[in-house]
Design a protein around this ligand. Structure first.
Ligand SMILES: [Zn+2]
Length: 378
């Protein structure tokens, strides 16, 4: 008989998440990470002054250059709001978009509207479809929940590549721990070695153009080129609902429904693959984050989670199967294959564990992003 999962007394994370631990009050370790992040980014006057200082620093760094920062744009709410914030604060961003071939029409028009309104230059990097498809298929066949890794890795690489090429020191990220939550590593894990090892085992196409993230590229961009990623939404009280309304009025932004459904593949991934194959309901992340940051009550969130998860449409699933060139039998085999995790493949993870102490030092010096530190090292 299956045991009923134990739920954290403060958020919605439960014992279906591997690595979860509870303190004597029944509060989970992910809530503790949230509190650490809250200490680093407190919403007070001092933090406001720090943000002002940071904006000045970014402006000074870009003096005499056409741009002072980079914002990655997907057409989604968080990235559009990051772009909007940059403009509002008098920064001169260069927008960068990675087109993996799965953009929804709404996403494309959202990007166009925002850059047109503020007269922002846009660099679009288009994936080589045959290579990208082969990587996506490899991750589906690897039977891991990290099926969005090719996109996430490529975005990271493309933003840094463009920053280095244009001599831009700052990348503004649209990630906010107050609304996105802390993703358990058994739900999403990514690194460049993982990508290569999964592709080597399941792929068929030779990869020559895909922008991967390797350890040497991480060191190069961070230590040699001094490029910094600024999670600017962490510096103020970012509320997704309010932000969406503001963007609708300001830049004619259109809501596309579910969370991160700006891409058809993401829609398939979150509404079908994750819940049906892996039993992962990603709403838990965002809802828990909102509870921890006081944007909603735990009772309201619990009620929300009991409702049907992201509703999926068969048309999305059929479109995905056909675009990836799979037969129904091949797709069924993917859905029914035994579940694996990143621990079943070669990754940088053992190396990161072995180099815990120097990485901790790197974190203290501000070279290792905080959220990565808490997720992989601490
Ligand atoms: Zn918790």
């Amino acid at each position: 008989m299956l045991e009923t999962p134990v739920i954290c007394s403060r958020c919605l994370y439960d014992t279906t998440i591997s690595g979860i631990r509870f303190d004597e009050n029944g509060v989970c370790n992910f809530c503790a990470i949230h509190d650490e992040m809250e200490k680093l980014y407190p919403l007070n006057e001092q933090r406001k002054a720090q943000l002002d200082g940071l904006i000045d620093k970014i402006k000074r760094g870009g003096q005499g250059k056409p741009y002072d920062c980079i914002v990655g744009v997907s057409g989604g709410r968080d990235s559009t709001y990051t772009l909007y914030t940059a403009v509002k604060r008098g920064l001169r961003p260069l927008a960068v978009h990675f087109d993996n071939g799965w953009n929804s029409e709404i996403a494309v028009s959202n990007i166009k509207n925002a850059i047109k309104k503020y007269n922002i230059d846009l660099v679009t990097v288009v994936a080589d479809w045959e290579e990208f498809k082969d990587l996506q298929l490899s991750f589906l066949k690897a039977s891991v929940s990290d099926a969005e890794i090719p996109t996430d890795v490529a975005i990271h690489a493309v933003l840094h590549d463009v920053a280095a090429r244009e001599g831009i020191k700052y990348i503004l990220s649209g990630h906010s721990f107050r609304t996105e939550g802390i993703v358990p590593k058994d739900w999403t894990y990514m690194d460049g070695r993982y990508l290569n090892s999964v592709h080597k085992r399941f792929g068929h196409t030779r990869i020559t153009t895909f922008p991967n993230v390797t350890l040497s590229s991480l060191f190069y961009y961070s230590l040699i080129r001094g490029i910094r990623v600024i999670p600017i939404l962490n510096y103020f009280s970012y509320d997704k609902k309010k932000a969406g309304k503001e963007l609708e009025t300001e830049v004619g932004w259109v809501d596309y429904g579910g969370h991160h459904h700006e891409s058809v593949y993401t829609k398939f991934f979150q509404s079908y693959l994750l819940p049906l194959k892996f039993g992962i309901d990603k709403r838990k992340l965002a809802l828990s984050a909102r509870v921890r940051s006081g944007q909603t009550s735990r009772d309201e969130a619990l009620e929300e989670i009991r409702k049907e998860p992201y509703p999926y449409e068969m048309s999305t699933v059929e479109y995905t199967i056909s675009k990836l060139g799979l037969t129904q039998t091949e797709f069924d085999a993917i859905m029914n294959a035994p579940i694996k995790t990143f621990r079943d493949y070669p990754t940088y993870y053992p190396l990161m564990r072995a180099f815990r102490w120097p990485l901790t030092l790197g974190f203290r010096l501000g070279l290792v992003p905080r959220i990565l530190y808490y997720k992989y090292i601490a």
